[in-house]
Design a protein around this ligand. Structure first.
Ligand SMILES: [Zn+2]
Length: 331
C-alpha cells in the first residue's frame, strides 16, 4: 500500500526531474553541481521589515520595530484548551505567541508622518529597530514632519527618544491623544499603579516632555494632518486612538492596539491583554470595531497584526478571522 508520504516523495521527485529537464533545455549543459558555487555566508539575522502600499494619492509604509513574545499569563480570558487549539491551528509551537510591533509611515505627498514611533531600548533587543526599515524606505529621521501617537505605551511612543534620551526626530511635531496624556501624567493614578508599571508612566512623560516645544494634543475626530483624522478606540488606554486615512476615494484605518494576538483574538474578541487599562471597555471597542470592519470591508493596519499589518476583518459565525491584504503594488 502506498502511504501518503511516499506519494509526496514521488511527486516531489517528478517535479524536480521536470525542473531539471527544463533548466538543461534552457541553459544547454548547466549541471546541478554548479548551483553549489552560489552559496554565500548565512546572514544570521532578518532583513529589515518595510512594506509600502498606496492609499489613494498617499503612500503608507509598514515599518517593523521588532517583536514581543506574549506569554499566557499576560492574556486576559485565557482558556488552556481553546488557546492550544488556536495555537495548533496557527502552527505555533510552545505557549507564547510572538507578535510584531509595526509602525506606519504616511507620505501625504507634501508631509512625512509617522504613525507611532516604536520602542527604542525600553523593552530589550528584539525591539527598537524602527530606523532601519525607515532607512530602507529612503527616509532619515530628520525628514519626519509629524508623529501621530495611537497611545502612550512604550512600544508606540518611546521610540521618539534614543537610548540616551535624545530626540530621534528633531524636526517633528508630536501629536498625542489628550486623554492619554491626562492619564499618564496623573500622579494619583501613577501612585496607585503596580510597581512594574511605574516605568510606563515615567517613560511616557520623558518622551512627551522632550517634544514639549512642538507638541499638539488631539481629541474628537477632526482632521489633524491633511487626509488623516483620529478615531477614538478607548479601553486599551483611555486615549487610545486609531487614524483614518482618506485619500482620493481610498481609506485605510490605522487601528493601533485594537488587537494584540491575532491567533487568539479574532476567534475570541473578548480575550484581552494585561496591559489593557480597562479590559471590559477594550473588549467592547474591539467587538464594535471588528463588526464594523467586517461589514464595511475597509482595510485596516494593526500595530500587532501579522507584519506588515495590512488586512481585513472577515466574519466567521460569531467570531472573526484576519485576512491579510494582497501584494500592495502593481509592478
Ligand atoms: Zn502595543
Amino acid at each position: 500500500m502506498r502511504t501518503s508520504s511516499s506519494s509526496m516523495n514521488r511527486r516531489a521527485f517528478l517535479g524536480a526531474g521536470a525542473a531539471t529537464g527544463a533548466l538543461l533545455g534552457a541553459a544547454g549543459g548547466l549541471t546541478l553541481a554548479t548551483s553549489a558555487q552560489a552559496a554565500a555566508p548565512l546572514a544570521g539575522k532578518p532583513l529589515v521589515g518595510a512594506m509600502r502600499r498606496k492609499v489613494g494619492d498617499f503612500e503608507v509604509t509598514a515599518l517593523l520595530d521588532g517583536y514581543l513574545d506574549v506569554e499566557k499569563g499576560l492574556v486576559i480570558g485565557y482558556d488552556d484548551a481553546e488557546a492550544k487549539r488556536l495555537r495548533d491551528a496557527a502552527f505555533i509551537e510552545g505557549e507564547a505567541v510572538r507578535i510584531p510591533v509595526n509602525a506606519f509611515l504616511i507620505n501625504t505627498g507634501d508631509k512625512l508622518v509617522l504613525g507611532d514611533a516604536g520602542t527604542s531600548s525600553a523593552l530589550g533587543p528584539t525591539l527598537g529597530h524602527l530606523t532601519e526599515p525607515l532607512a530602507a524606505a529612503g527616509v532619515t529621521p530628520d525628514q519626519i514632519d509629524a508623529i501621530l501617537i495611537t497611545h502612550m505605551h512604550p512600544d508606540h511612543l518611546f521610540g521618539v527618544l534614543d537610548g540616551e534620551g535624545n530626540k530621534v526626530f528633531p524636526n517633528a511635531e508630536l501629536l498625542l491623544p489628550e486623554a492619554d496624556k491626562a492619564f499618564w501624567y496623573d500622579d494619583a493614578i501613577m501612585g496607585g499603579a503596580p510597581e512594574q508599571m511605574r516605568a510606563f508612566f515615567e517613560g511616557a512623560r520623558r518622551a512627551a516632555d522632550a517634544y514639549q516645544d512642538r507638541q499638539t494634543l488631539f481629541s474628537g475626530d477632526s482632521e489633524i494632518v491633511s487626509g488623516v483624522r483620529p478615531l477614538a478606540l478607548p479601553g486599551h488606554t483611555p486615549g487610545h486612538h486609531g487614524f483614518v486615512i482618506d485619500s482620493n476615494g481610498e481609506t485605510l484605518i490605522i487601528a493601533g492596539d485594537i488587537l494584540h494576538m491575532a491567533p487568539y483574538q479574532f476567534a475570541n474578541p473578548d480575550w484581552g491583554i494585561a496591559f489593557d487599562v480597562d479590559s471590559a471597555q477594550a473588549t467592547a471597542t474591539r467587538k464594535k470595531f471588528f463588526d464594523q470592519m467586517a461589514t464595511d470591508r475597509v482595510m485596516f493596519a494593526g500595530s500587532h497584526a501579522p507584519f506588515p499589518g495590512f488586512g481585513y476583518v472577515g466574519r466567521e459565525g460569531n467570531a472573526y478571522r484576519f485576512v491579510a491584504a494582497d501584494w500592495p503594488y502593481s509592478l
